[in-house]
Design a binder for this molecule. Sequence first.
Ligand code: NAD
Length: 376
Amino acid sequence: MAKLKFGMVGGGPGSNIGSAHKRAICLDSTADLVAGCFSRNPEKNAEQGKIYGIDQERCYKNYEEMAKAEAQRSDGIDFAVIVTPNNTHYAVAKAFLEAGIHVSCDKPLVTSVKEAEDLQRIAKEKNLLFMVTYTYTGYVAMKYMRSLIRNGEIGEIRTVMAEYPQGWLYKDSGGKQGEWRCDPKQSGRVNCLGDLGTHVENAVATVTGLKVKRVLAKMDVVVPGRLLDDNDQILVEYEGGATGVNWTSQFAIGCNNSLRLRIYGSKGTLLWFQEEPESVTLIREDGNPCIIKKGTASVTGEAAKYGRVPSGHPEGWLESMGNLYDSFGRCILARKDGTLTTDMIDYPTIEEGVAGLRYVEACLESNDKGNVWVTL
Ligand SMILES: NC(=O)c1ccc[n+]([C@@H]2O[C@H](COP(=O)([O-])OP(=O)(O)OC[C@H]3O[C@@H](n4cnc5c(N)ncnc54)[C@H](O)[C@@H]3O)[C@@H](O)[C@H]2O)c1
């Protein structure tokens, strides 16, 4: 694959997800990092630029300057990666879209449906690609479960139990990352539901194809001193009649990134746990569990093509993010040479980012009105 060039906003020294994006993009030599605004602090920005070997002139003091300058260069970036706290995503993404640059933004896309729809409109008007990095959807196992469900292997889906508990915010700490997530000025109107709940909503939608029809939300602020939700229990009804429960929490001591899906259909069941991401349990009508692992012959070609190493050699979360960038990079190249077709798009798009915000706002409305059903 021909190499692309990308720039990064956020991902400064001591940050969490920026370096993961860079590593994931490098896995398949999808693109080189050539520009950035890694921090608002000039010293930290320069420090990160040096670590990444970025030319000083392409280590920008703010994202506005970066978007304008990169758009004007003949060797400017093909796409921008946004890995800043949630409240900044809208303005940063808008600046790059308006400069004519494709965008990859981490989740949650923004902090309101209004902002999300605005970005969707601009991306469409400018004919630009926009990925939202719901990382978990890149796993071979996720793509395999999706193909099983599309092929009718578990029949009609009846109910989905989905959860993503973490325990790192069981008391009011969590360092820099915890501080902004729990601060409404930086996180928006939700903490846990934006951070983890959007992953759950997207994972279920990606694997099952189900669309949320209505929700009944119980969103709690449990740890003393906190202003935003840290435990959310959401009853879901999907279009077509399937139901589900989505639970997310940040005080579940002992849980790390415990995203778990249990999907029950009319002919079978699928079970998957993020912390053991290579295995899918398929249970057919005879009740016998069958554990299918990445790399084995049972995994369909559509999913298997995303594996990089043979069975028994584990792949994980970074590879999953790499798979999103693999598809995104291929689509950008195809857009450049005019060969892009919609069936090539196998990454979470801005439409999924908008869906995440619609889910969040419906849950907020349900909770605010006293835990009533709200239709999306
Ligand atoms: N996909 C996933 O699984 C996943 C995992 C973790 C975080 N995230 C998302 O990634 C984003 C970043 O989260 P994090 O945990 O890495 O946060 P972080 O606090 O560790 O890092 C944020 C970085 O952005 C920089 N920054 C802030 N404002 C900036 C600006 N205006 N210009 C340039 N740099 C700026 C900060 O200096 C810092 O380096 C969030 O939206 C979060 O929800 C996604």
